[in-house]
Design a protein around this ligand. Structure first.
Ligand code: ATP
Ligand code: FE
Length: 338
């Protein structure tokens, strides 16, 4: 079974071909245009998707070394995301499905992040059910219990900013370009995580909050640069390491709580922020320390990519979940909605 996956929910245009759960191609065109604006500009994102979508799909089919007539179905992201961006991918998916006379499958982007773990790949392991997934991305921070592919439950989530935003906004305060998450990760490698201390928020149950941290960092930097205008430059690595350390502590405090409360020790991470090297290291260390079995996605399946859309398409194909051409995209969609 060959499935073409199309992802266009935010600022990456991506297409992938999957064959029975194995990725044959996974092409991602990242939109550089947003860097100079310090964040994604929706209007520019839709335009860039329009430019990229045809070449990206052509490249995905070419790299997979198949003919488009070999495709059995088209899977596309129907939400959540930016409406203008989603429309480009969905309209294109509908046209191909019509032209090739093959079924259309709508995919929940957040299920894509979680179920990317089920891509057949020697560089990652498939978790058994039930397992817990800490989904950390640009728009989400959740602990999800996955009982089967399409039976999920949100055990806790952020009450305000997502962890990806916390990374990106902190980076912006430090004068780093968007998206700043990977840059904080890079600078943190040579910094002292205990150099500066930021207070952690007190949040009930398994929920998170990151907006207070962002404000704390802003005030801290303002105060320090008043004393020394070169403060950021002279301490960048230490600041990044300290911010990352605080974020990692916030995440794992709650993840440990979730494992204790559910007794589920199979624990995965997913989403763009799961590319973070410290988060990956800490999770891995809990295998020995706490007896968890951990599942860390292959790097290229962490940030937005169509491979994760294609795998969910394949799983839905096996369940015969097809759509008609009237299906619409939606900006808001919970991971629990199929
Ligand atoms: P969502 O999936 O919630 O709709 P999104 O699709 O925009 O949001 P992703 O592509 O999953 O988000 O993740 C992007 C986020 O991941 C950005 O905030 C980016 O800074 C962050 N990120 C990527 N790599 C790293 C890293 N190494 N360390 C920290 N954050 C990172
Ligand atoms: Fe995403």
């Amino acid at each position: 079974i060959y499935i073409l996956g199309i992802e266009s929910s935010c600022d990456d245009t991506s297409a992938a071909v999957i064959c029975n759960g194995k990725i044959l191609s996974n092409v991602v065109a990242t939109q550089e245009i947003h860097a100079k604006y310090g964040g994604v500009v929706p209007e520019l994102a839709s335009r860039a998707h329009q430019q990229n979508i045809v070449p990206v799909i052509q490249q995905a089919i070419q790299q997979a070394n198949i003919d488009k007539k070999d495709l059995n179905a088209i899977a596309f992201t129907r939400g959540p995301g930016l409406m203008g961006s989603l429309l480009v991918g969905s309209s294109f998916a509908k046209s191909i499905s019509l032209a090739l006379n093959i079924p259309l499958i709508a995919i929940n982007h957040m299920q894509g992040h979680v179920l990317a773990h089920f891509i057949d790949d020697e560089k990652q392991q498939k978790p058994p059910f039930p397992f817990l997934c800490l989904t950390i991305s640009g728009g989400h921070t959740q602990i999800v219990k996955i009982s089967s592919y399409f039976n999920m439950e949100i055990l806790g989530e952020t009450l305000d900013d997502a962890v990806g935003e916390a990374f990106d906004k902190s980076a912006k305060i430090l004068g780093l370009p968007y998206p700043g998450g990977p840059l904080i990760d890079k600078h943190a490698k040579t910094g002292n995580p205990k150099a500066f201390k930021f207070t952690k928020p007190k949040v009930d149950a398994l929920n998170f909050s990151f907006s207070g941290l962002k404000t704390a960092i802003l005030y801290f930097i303002q105060k320090k640069t008043k004393e020394n205008p070169h403060f950021i430059k002279e301490n960048l690595d230490d600041i990044c390491a300290s911010i990352q350390y605080t974020i990692v502590e916030i995440l794992f405090d709650k993840l440990k709580k979730a494992v204790n409360e559910t007794g589920i020790k199979h624990v995965a991470i997913a989403g763009g922020v799961s590319a973070n090297s410290e988060i990956r290291l800490v999770l891995k260390s809990y295998e020995e320390k706490l007896g968890w079995t951990t599942y860390i996605p292959k790097f290229e399946y962490t940030t937005d990519n169509a491979g994760m859309i294609a795998i969910v398409g394949y799983l839905k194909y096996l369940e015969n979940t097809f759509l008609n051409q009237k299906t619409i995209t939606t900006a808001r969609l919970k991971v629990t909605e199929n």
